[in-house]
Design a binder for this molecule. Structure first.
Ligand SMILES: Nc1ncnc2c1ncn2[C@@H]1O[C@H](COP(=O)(O)OP(=O)(O)OP(=O)(O)O)[C@@H](O)[C@H]1O
Ligand SMILES: [Mg+2]
Length: 161
């Protein structure tokens, strides 16, 4: 986990884009990228359905599809509930020679004052169970969160495929 100020700029995404230009079989696209805007419940359906289709097209195994769709859903609902609007960027590509799916959930909402607290099981400032962020952290291979009160929150997670 990385905590601290929300970074500006491309962050870890640039690394993924660069690595994924390395061709493996030359037949399939090297990278799939999709940006899902999140403003309403309807956008959540588009996110879940769209991510599912992207992962199936990438021949992702069902367990990882489930993990990633669950993670995207938790992060998307957090955006809706706490920030009101934001976006989730999905990248499926190759990083360091390994296939990976990366989700970046970003918003310019109120931010999270105490990240360590927000990552504890059962901590919620709303009416939730407080299991979203810690659950996502357990489901993914890497988890990075950056937030700044008044500026927003960015959660970056990866799962090797
Ligand atoms: N994008 C965000 N912007 C601002 N605060 C957030 C954001 N995401 C999470 N939080 C804060 O972190 C807390 C913990 O989030 P988490 O997803 O673990 O639980 P929850 O959303 O409260 O409940 P659950 O996800 O179990 O329904 C939230 O209650 C909220 O205070
Ligand atoms: Mg939540």
């Amino acid at each position: 986990m990385t905590t601290g100020p929300l970074r500006d700029g491309p962050g870890p995404l640039g690394g993924l884009a660069a690595a994924s230009t390395v061709a493996v079989d030359g037949a399939s696209p090297r990278q799939a990228v999709a940006v899902f805007g999140i403003v309403s419940e309807t956008d959540m359906h588009a996110l879940v359905g769209g991510l599912h289709r992207l992962l199936q097209a990438a021949h992702c195994d069902p367990l990882n599809v489930g993990r990633l769709v669950t993670a995207a859903s938790e992060l998307g609902y957090n955006i809706l509930r706490y920030a009101g609007r934001g976006q989730i960027t999905v990248r499926i590509g190759v990083l360091g020679g390994r296939r990976v799916c990366e989700l970046v959930a970003e918003d310019h909402g109120p931010g999270i004052a105490d990240l360590a607290l927000a990552l504890q099981d059962n901590f919620s400032t709303g009416s939730g169970l407080g299991l979203g962020l810690p659950g996502v952290r357990r489901l993914m291979d890497t988890f990075d969160i950056a937030s700044q009160p008044g500026r927003g929150t960015r959660v970056t997670v990866r799962r090797w495929l």
